[in-house]
Design a protein around this ligand. Structure first.
Ligand code: ZN
Ligand code: ZN
Length: 78
């Protein structure tokens, strides 16, 4: 078990996985999220929960699969 973790760390040190902390859904790079201020649709993980058009930002990110909101930082696996 510990051997597997070690080798994974060595090979993908920089690659951070993104997934829903509740159901495990992984975003596929599509613009699922919409800004309620300017109605721009975007991929919130490309901009780290910031609207690319206006200054809006979010602490919580809603999952497209289970519709639950989780803190944006929790989506990043470390
Ligand atoms: Zn989910
Ligand atoms: Zn906006």
């Amino acid at each position: 078990m510990s051997k597997a973790i070690q080798s994974e760390k060595a090979t993908k040190k920089k690659q951070q996985r993104i997934r829903c902390p509740i159901c495990g859904w992984q975003p596929d790079g599509k613009p699922y999220w919409a800004c309620e201020k300017c109605l721009t649709t975007f991929d919130t993980f490309k901009t780290h929960a910031h609207c690319p058009t206006c200054d809006n930002s979010w602490h919580y990110t809603q999952c497209i699969a289970c519709h639950k909101q989780s803190p944006h930082d929790k989506w990043y696996e470390n």
